[in-house]
Design a protein around this ligand. Structure first.
Ligand code: ZN
Ligand code: ZN
Length: 327
């Protein structure tokens, strides 16, 4: 593996001297002096119990998942989606915990129950991890999934494999942007995103963040966490059109601070257009309070933006927690 700090023009542009970096020429992160007051304001909430939010949900009776249909998607909550695709079953960024953060008592509390209990999942073939933030890489969920699916394989961006090895989990393939792997008949490509990483002090951007393109007869795109950026048009050019996109529509306020690293619902639609998506499933909302917008705001804003952009509403899904659809 390439080490940081190596000189030479052969290093990819996103491998910086002291960690990974965002490469879009328009990228400008909020500075510490702007960020600090907002973090201080949010701090008490990281110790409190979250107030439950009214996010629509339905009981998933397993009918569609058990039907043998080749393409289904089920929203579990936040960025966790259960996908069936051409005989394979996978999860994106699986999180079932009631709080996400460095300690059981500190972090963002869950404000809505998972759409399906972890025990009710069908057997899982592989899991895609987009980056190591606590709301995407959750220790308790990973350990439970490995217990239940001893042969499950993980696909992770560069330098995230160590976290798994520390926990004795060895079936992990680590990829850089634009690298691909095969799983059964599917090709799984690690594609760029504009974000950051870190789980504790001093590890900022030491591990890579990414999106994932899953290519079979049909194609699925999972955006991970990202600001709106020029990578998406590239991904669309190389791997689009995508039959289904999983794109974040939440964690966008205050815009001034979040814009570089979290898209808003209108930008999610632009991302969907850039990657050449057909149907969109909005993720990363209604589950953990991370930012300032109300918990149920993202889908409303998405449909307002869709009307302005004259996009067909039926192709843009804000699913109920636990809801499955064919795609
Ligand atoms: Zn993140
Ligand atoms: Zn996130």
């Amino acid at each position: 593996m390439t080490a940081f700090g190596q000189s030479g023009s052969s290093l990819p542009q996103h491998h910086g001297e002291n960690g990974f970096i965002n490469t879009d020429p328009d990228f400008a992160e909020a500075g510490f002096s702007e960020m600090a007051p907002w973090i201080l304001k949010k701090l008490p909430g990281t110790f409190a119990d979250g107030e439950k939010a009214e996010i629509a949900r339905e009981v998933n009776d397993g009918t569609l998942i058990g039907s043998g249909k080749p393409y289904t998607a089920t929203w579990i909550g936040h960025s966790t989606v259960l996908v069936q695709m051409e005989g394979k079953t996978f999860l994106t960024d699986p999180v079932w915990s009631s709080r996400v953060g460095p300690f059981k008592w500190a972090g963002s509390p869950r404000i809505s129950e998972p759409g399906m209990p972890i025990e009710k999942l069908p057997p899982i073939d592989f899991i895609l991890i987009s980056h190591n933030h606590y709301d995407h890489l959750d220790e308790a969920s990973i350990e439970e999934l490995v217990d239940r699916n001893p042969n499950v394989k993980f696909f992770v961006p560069l330098r995230v494999r160590d976290w798994f090895e520390e926990r004795g989990i060895r079936s992990v393939e680590e990829l850089d942007w634009w690298e691909g792997a095969s799983f059964g008949g599917l090709k799984i490509v690690c594609t760029p995103a504009q974000h950051f990483s870190g789980r504790w002090l001093g590890d900022r951007n030491q591990t890579l963040w990414c999106s994932w393109s899953v290519l079979g007869t049909k194609r699925l795109y999972f955006a991970g966490d990202s600001g709106y950026c020029s990578h998406f048009a590239n991904i669309g050019k190389r791997f689009g059109p995508f039959d289904l996109t999983l794109i974040p529509i939440g964690a966008y306020e205050p815009r001034k601070l979040m814009r570089p690293v979290h898209m808003d619902p209108a930008e999610a639609l632009m991302t969907h257009r850039d990657v050449r998506g057909r149907k969109l499933l909005g993720i990363h909302w209604g589950t953990f309070i991370l930012t300032d917008e109300p918990a149920d705001d993202p889908p409303k804003r998405m449909y307002e933006a869709a009307a302005r952009m004259q996009l067909p509403k039926d192709d843009l899904w804000a699913l109920k927690l636990g809801e499955s659809r064919e795609w």
